[in-house]
Design a binder for this molecule. Sequence first.
Ligand code: TEU
Length: 591
Amino acid sequence: MPRTPRKGATTANRTAGATAPPVEGAAFGDDWWQRGVVYQVYPRSFADSNNDGVGDLPGLIEKLDYLNDGTERSLGVDAIWLSPIHPSPGFDLGYDVADYDAIDPILGTLDDFDRLVAQAHRRGIRIMLDLVMNHTSSAHRWFEESRRDPGGPFGDWYLWRDGTRDRFGRLRRPNNWTSFFGGSAWTWDEVRGQFYMHTFLPEQPDVNWRNPAVRAAMLTMARGWLDRGVDGFRLDVFNAFFKHADLPSNPRRYLGRRPYDRQVHLYDKDRPELEDFLAEFRALVDSYPGRMTVGELFSADPSLAPRLSAPRHLVFDWDLISQRWNARGFAEASRRHEEWFGPAGWPTIALSNHDQPRQASRLAPAADPATSDAVARAAAVLSLTLRGTPFLYYGEEIGARDVPIPWSEIIDPPAKRGGRLVRRLVPWWNRDQCRSPMPWGDGPNGGFSPVRPWLRMAPDVDRRNVALQDRDPSTVLATYRQLIWLRRSHPALQVGTYRELGATPRDVLAYERATSDETIVVAVNFGSAATSFRVRTGRHWSVLFSTDERPADELAGGDQLTLGSREALILAAQVRGRGSAHEVSDIADTD
Ligand code: TEU
């Protein structure tokens, strides 16, 4: 009986030599936005080439082969989304942009960026930038001009308002809007003698999207990056660009942890004018073949995502990213995706990012390393086989966990704001915990840098790093590699329909991904106990992948499927002419 080798060993065997041939047709064409896998890099934490403790673009270039060298020895991702790389005073670590057209000197130069694009493209890897266009840094020239000269060309580029006076003559803010990072959304500016609005920090003033000059400047900037060869953009908090023209106070609500949550954000985001802007912006992007965008839906009803999505223009909804580790939660989130997006719509699949807990920490809190890795490997199967474009956050491929940061070392502004007491009253999860530098291997600081890194390394870098996992076919890294390359050769996993299979045990989520030529079944046991269920099928199956050791044709003729503890299994129906898709659909129907 043919056997699939032990965990991940298939990949390891095939790619052990340094001479593994590139996989034919490894790169996707213009449809990469849909078929490909996107990898998010937090540049400061990825790879440090100049030993200053901060990751940089030349460092990333050195790691491109790790990301995709055209062989199954590499991770095999199709695109890189770079968190912001522009000059920034760093109040929100790059999400406060001081110059959209340049590269932050701490990360490199424009030449480095051009080299990155060229070298990435040579490997079939696309480059996506993170455009933060809701606000600029208060150090941006536009803001400096705007506050200095209200009547000048930049005077109306931000949301400036006079205050109001209460009956005691005290100065009041223009309305009740709150900042997502705590406190009022209005800050008094001494220079201009007016308040300005900021959805985030006072150092991140919101621009006035109703001003055609702002819009034109943003479009010109985006065109500049497209001309430089950038393949796509993530649009930071894009649904907050437009505010109601009259800036009325938001209605209050009485539930919610943070002051921000205790308002209905009727007037400071999700305004109808967004759609007109999106049409214009997307037309620009679409005029360059093969380019795409993904909008970050900020603090909004996730069901808005499909309405704002379009082919080549994705939207992150935050449904999956907040799920706990249970079959029901993931089943329901996937059902909602199907319902909201419909078969013609296209969701994103993201289980983590630079704002959220690491997926292993969220899905397996307080777990020992083996359990954490088992969950990380099963989660990898979900993120690479559910219907939608997968976005992987750097470090997830080695099963990284959140890194506890002592109070005195916190960098994340909203976590730091207000001191301990306010922090207790206004809880904010410290995002530093999911941004720690990538441990590459031996050497000081997990091989990231010989000097102290800008942010604490994980405490387990000697046991959890790329070099160690690279050598071991049973690791989280081997799982990701195997899955990404498997996905590449199975169109059903990329673009196939999704159908949940019923009558599985409580801890199991099983679904079918199918095209007219191929039917694949994915079954994930979220539980720690093995579980079996009858399958009404005597058909021919092959095991494409399992997180456990399994015979490759175990199900041929069998009718009982047993999943091990936290096992994730991918099966392919052996094609025996038409009808196989129908047969597979019976897999999980118990008699
Ligand atoms: O994030 C918007 C944002 O604040 C949410 O994603 C939020 O962090 C999350 O819901 C927390 O639970 C974007 C960027 O991703 C973030 O890093 C920036 O700080 C923010 O915008 C401001 O630019």
